[in-house]
Write a protein that binds this ligand. Structure first.
Ligand code: ZN
Length: 259
């Protein structure tokens, strides 16, 4: 117990540092080291080395790239948490960090045009009815106004509150036909979310169906020039962007600290 408490104190000194990590600008490499294993796909491992138990996290090799920087920072925070005494609070935090981590990994894979981990072999549950908004209604309005009602897709709230908004192509379990599926972050299903904000994010995801990913010098451009030009056609673009940047992060933070 003695050594463990000592270790805990050491990490508490680093509390400020961890806050910076959470805001995603700080590299965590000094505290947490990463290894990569090509045989891993949907799992990660953590071991604690040396006198102070510095965490070493083993990740699937595909997470080596720059796109996974945010995911790696979240997982580093998780590794620090997982090494602490398992209080109720700590257990919740560990679960929350893992949820966020896999959510971000899914987002990167979706942006890369790869199958998301969630989608392997199964179709996601489609839940358009939220507490405050029915996504089917929002989608119908956006589709009618901006796409002459021609878009064909399914829409659902993200399964996790901290989930992100993204578009992916899945295989319909019955017809085996490819289906566009839009998932919207539950951070938008709140009393303080105005209709223009939810419609803005739905419009953005709809545009991904209309404007597929471009290939430029072997790189995938997800939000290219044409995409951005069309995105600004949304009549409340500025208002939505403002809400997205200022209120949404607050909603997510408030939810996390409540848990
Ligand atoms: Zn996008």
């Amino acid at each position: 117990m003695g050594l463990f408490d000592f270790q805990l104190d050491l990490f508490q000194v680093k509390k400020e540092e961890r806050k910076k990590i959470a805001s995603s600008e700080f590299s965590t490499k000094s505290l947490v080291s990463f290894r990569y294993n090509p045989r891993l796909r949907k799992s990660i491992r953590c071991s604690y080395k040396g006198l102070f138990g510095h965490p070493e996290v083993t990740l699937p090799s595909y997470m080596k790239g720059e796109e996974f920087l945010l995911a790696r920072e979240i997982v580093a925070e998780w590794a620090l948490c997982a090494n602490k005494r398992k209080t109720e609070n700590n257990k919740k935090q560990i679960k929350e960090l893992l949820d966020r981590f896999w959510g971000v990994v899914d987002q990167v894979l979706a942006d890369q045009g790869q199958k998301t981990l969630d989608s392997r072999g199964r179709f996601p549950p489609i839940q358009p009815k939220g507490t405050y908004y029915d996504l089917d209604q929002v989608l119908a309005a956006v589709n009618e106004t901006y796409f002459s009602g021609e878009l064909e897709c399914r829409i659902t709230w993200s399964r996790r509150f901290g989930g992100l908004s993204f578009h992916s192509i899945r295989k319909d379990p019955i017809t085996e036909e490819p289906v566009h599926v839009i998932s919207i972050s539950r951070g938008y299903d709140t009393a303080n979310c105005p209709l223009y904000a939810i419609a803005g994010v739905v419009y953005h995801e709809c545009l991904h169906i209309k404007i597929p990913v471009e290939q430029k010098n072997g790189r995938r451009v997800v939000h290219g020039r044409e995409f951005k030009r069309c995105e600004k056609k949304y009549i409340f673009y500025d208002e939505w962007m403002h809400w997205h940047k200022t209120v949404l992060p607050k909603n997510l933070r408030a939810y996390r600290s409540k848990k």
